[in-house]
Write a protein that binds this ligand. Sequence first.
Ligand code: SF4
Ligand code: WCC
Ligand code: FE2
Length: 626
Amino acid sequence: GTPENERTLWKDARQMLRKAEAENIPTAWDRMREQTPHCKFCELGTTCRNCVMGPCRIANRKDGKMRYGVCGADADVIVARNFGRFIAGGAAGHSDHGRDLIETLEAVVEGHAPGYTIRDEAKLRRIAGELGVAEADTRPTLDVARDLVDVCYADFGSRRTELAFLKRAPKARRELWERLGMTPRGIDREIAEMMHRTHMGCDNDPASLLTHAARTALADGWGGSMIGTELSDILFGTPMPRQSTVNLGVLREDAVNILVHGHNPVVSEMILAAAREPALQQAARDAGAAALNVAGLCCTGNELLMRQGIPMAGNHLMTELAIVTGAADAIVADYQCIMPSLVRIAACYHTRFVTTSPKGRFTGATHIEVHPHNAQEKCREIVQLAIEAFTKRDPARVSIPVQPVPITTGFSNEAILAALGGTPAPLLDAVKAGQIRGFVGIVGCNNPKIMQDSGNVGLAKELIRRDIMVLATGCVTTAAGKAGLLMPEAADMAGPGLSAVCKALGVPPVLHMGSCVDNSRILQLCGLLADELGVDISDLPVGASSPEWYSEKAAAIGLYAVASGIPTHLGLPPNILGSDVVTGMAVDGLNGLVGAAFMVEADPVKAADLLEAHIVERRQKLGLSA
Ligand code: SF4
Ligand code: WCC
Ligand code: FE2
C-alpha cells in the first residue's frame, strides 16, 4: 500500500495508520486506492441522472456520437446543472444548520429548552437592532429575541427581496448583485429554485445557471451561515481569545474521552455542559476514570474550541484514526462530514458511536435523538453511556500518539476589533504601510487525494512568509494548529512586517476564526474593511483558498467568496472540466462580472504566487506599495 508518509504530514496520523493496518482496519486512504481511477465522465461532470430517459454521458468522440443527452442537453448544460446542484447541496447543509440555531433560540424564548440560555445578551440586542427589530436596546430580552427569531425565519422564505444581513455588504457590491440578478432573496427559495432550474427542460443556459448558483451560494454565506454564526454567539457566547491544544494527544489514557463530531453546537455545547456536572464527574471517578475529557473533531470541535477552549482531537481525515487510538469511549455525532465508516471502525473497539440528529442517522449507531426540549436529559444519558464504555476499554489496544500542541483560538470579529481598540483603522494602517500586505482565508477540508494537510500548512506558511495574514476556519484549524501556526511565537515564521504587527498585538500570524459556517465572520470583516476604506470587497487585498477541499459545502463557500469579490484558490478542481464554457467562467469569466474568479493549483507555493499576485494588483490599484 501507499506508505503512511505519503498519506499525511503528521506523526499522530502515521502511527495510527500503521496501527489500523496492523489491526486490519481500512481507512479512507485505502478506499481511495480502490476507487482510483475514478469514473472519467463523473470526474469531468459530463454525466446526467436528472431523468430516466437517461442516465446520459457526454463524450467528445471523433464520430460525433454521444454529444448530447437524450433530451438534447450538451456538456455545458449538464456540467452547469450538476455544479448548480452541488452548490445547492452545500448551501442547504450550512443553512439548515443555521435554521437549527433559530429553532433553539425560539425554544429558549418559549421556555422549552432547559439548559440553554442567552449567554450574550449584548450581542442579541446589537444584532436585533442591526436587523431592524424595534427598540432592541430597551425591551425585555425575550421579546427582542422573539422578534429576532422572526426576522431570521423570514430570511428562509419567499417574501423578501433581499436577505437581512445583506446590508453588511458594501453598497457597490449589493448594486452589482442586483444588476447581475445575484441578490439572494430567500435561503430556501434559492436552493429550491436551483433544484427547479436543473429539472429537465428548465434552465439550459450555463451562464444563467451559474448566476443562480452564485445567488444560492450568497444565500448561504450572507444568510444561512451568518445566521448560524450570529445566533450561536448569542446562545453560547461570542468567542474571545483563549488557549487550547490540538492533535490526537489531547485524548487521555486516564480519562473518559468523549469526542464530539459534526457541526451543530446545540448538541456539543450540551454534551460539554453535562460533562461539567459534578454528579457525572463523580460517576466517571466511580468508574475508575480521572476525569471526563471532551474533545472536538471537525467543525463542532471548532465551535467548542472557539467559545470554550475545548481541545481539538483532529480534522476530517483524523476522525477514523481517533477511534483507532482505542481510547475514544464515545463519538457523539450530529451531522455533516461524518464518515459512514466510523460505525464499522467503532465496532472494532469498545467505542460507542452515538447519533443525535434525525437528519443524521447511521445504521448500526446508537441513536439518542437530541432536541432543544430534551437536550439536557439526553446529553446526560450520552455522557453516562461514555462512562460505561470506558469501563469496557481494552488498555492493551490503547495507543495515544504524540503530545498535544498549544494553540490560540477565539478570533471573532468582536475579539479582533476589541484587540484593535474598537475600530479596524489600526489594521488598515498596517495594510497601508505594507506591514500586512493582505489577508487570505484558508478554509475547508482534507481530501485523501492530497497528502493530508500538506496543502493547508504549505500555503499558510508560504503566505505568512510573504507578510500576508492568514485567517483559518474549519479543518484548516487543526492543520495550522498542529504546525504551530496558531501561536504568537509563529510570528517568527512570518515576514518582517507581519511579524512586527503580530508581536505588537501578541497574536499569531494565522488567526483562528471558527467553524465552516464562521466563514461568514470573514465576509463580515471584508464588509467592514471595505466600508472603512470606501471601496468594494473586490478592491481589497484579500483572497481565499481551500487547498484540500472535498465537500459540497466547501464549493458553496468558494462560490460565495468569489461572488463577494474575493479571488479564490482551490487545490483541486470541482467536477466541471468537461465544459469549456463553465470552466472558462469559473477561472476567468467571473472576473468580468463579480471582480473575482477561481484559481486551481495543487502546489502550495504556486498557489501562494497566484494569491500574492492578486493582492499586489489590488494594492497597486488602491495606490499602495506592492
Ligand atoms: Fe439525459 Fe437529459 Fe435526462 Fe439528463 S435530463 S438524464 S441529459 S435525458
Ligand atoms: Ni467543514 Fe470540510 Fe471539515 Fe467538513 S468540517 S471536512 S466541510 S472543513
Ligand atoms: Fe460515473
